[in-house]
Design a protein around this ligand. Structure first.
Ligand SMILES: Cc1cc2nc3c(=O)[nH]c(=O)nc-3n(C[C@H](O)[C@H](O)[C@H](O)COP(=O)(O)O)c2cc1C
Length: 277
């Protein structure tokens, strides 16, 4: 990807698609991207499959529902990961990288970890022992006009809005980190802030310590995050944030990598995820 910052700014959820076929070059590239081996920052490999609905029987297709949320999509990306520690973060990280590649090709996508019939899609993934199917995404050319369902959904979650910068990012003493004080890291933090999150809840918080390291935390909504057993939607959000921060930092020439190095600060209501150092 030549310009991840541009892809991060351009990405938005697309739920209404042109039903026609993809161009051959795009389809080739899409297949290639789904075949690439990907491993997240915590070391979990993530497996992808491209599902072409035109190749499944009419009866199977009826079962592969999205409750009317997605219209006109012929292709879906399915993502599976072994149920291990930090698997959700790794899935979020790897799938968001793939999604940003697709966005930079002009394709539309939509993270889905809730509104689809998981068991029917899982049957298409041939899950291995211990694997979960946490998320899928339709992929294709966006339609010119969003369906009414899509417009209502976007309105319902205020999809174009994000929490203020100073609420998401903090100084070591817990006071707000302003854009000005963030200096060279401002755009990397903005890239986190622009990210998609389940129901647009934006559970990412980042704290900059005195040494200039950034610690990523989850402000969990427990009832929401734990409603689907081992699939933790907000931990997927954390992986997406790690992807955005890392890609943006890379493009901005800021050196660093993700480590597990808890800062030794007890922040009420926040769960530590990782440190950029
Ligand atoms: C982990 C995750 C799960 C999501 N699950 C769904 C879903 O099941 N159905 C859906 O319509 N949108 C889903 N979304 C999309 C969010 O609602 C969307 O990203 C958010 O409202 C912000 O809008 P934007 O992506 O256009 O910036 C999900 C997003 C994420 C990151």
């Amino acid at each position: 990807m030549d310009n991840p910052l541009e892809a991060i700014k351009k990405r938005r959820s697309v739920r209404t698609f042109h039903p026609g076929p993809l161009g051959p070059a795009e389809l080739d590239r899409l297949q290639e991207l789904c075949r690439e081996r990907r491993t997240g920052p915590f070391g979990n490999p993530v497996r992808f499959r491209l599902l072409d609905l035109s190749l499944v029987s009419e009866e199977e297709r009826r079962r592969l529902g999205t409750y009317g949320v997605i219209r006109g999509a012929r292709f879906y990306i399915l993502a599976a990961v072994k149920d291990q520690e930090r698997a959700m973060e790794d899935l979020g990280y790897c799938m968001e990288k793939l999604i940003l590649e697709l966005v930079s090709m002009g394709l539309g996508t939509c993270w889905m970890a809730g509104t689809f019939r998981r068991s029917s899609f899982a049957a298409q993934m041939d899950l291995e022992e211990g694997e979960l199917l946490p998320a899928i995404s339709p992929v294709g050319y966006p339609a010119d006009r969003a369906s009414l369902t899509e417009r209502v959904m976007r309105y319902g979650v205020r999809a174009d809005r994000r929490k203020p910068f100073e609420e998401l990012f903090l100084e070591a003493d817990g006071s707000p980190l302003t854009r000005e004080a963030a200096g060279l890291y401002r755009d990397a933090l903005e890239a986190v802030r622009l990210g998609p999150s389940a129901s647009n809840r934006q559970p990412w918080r980042m704290l900059r310590d005195e040494g200039g390291c950034f610690h990523l935390f989850l402000k969990e909504d427990q009832g929401y995050n734990r409603a689907q057993g081992r699939i933790r939607i907000q931990n997927i959000d954390m992986g997406i944030a790690m992807c955005h921060f890392e890609l943006a930092a890379g493009q901005l020439g800021l050196k660093g990598r993700w480590l597990h190095q808890a800062p030794g600060l007890a922040l009420p209501g926040l769960e530590y995820i990782a440190t950029w150092a």
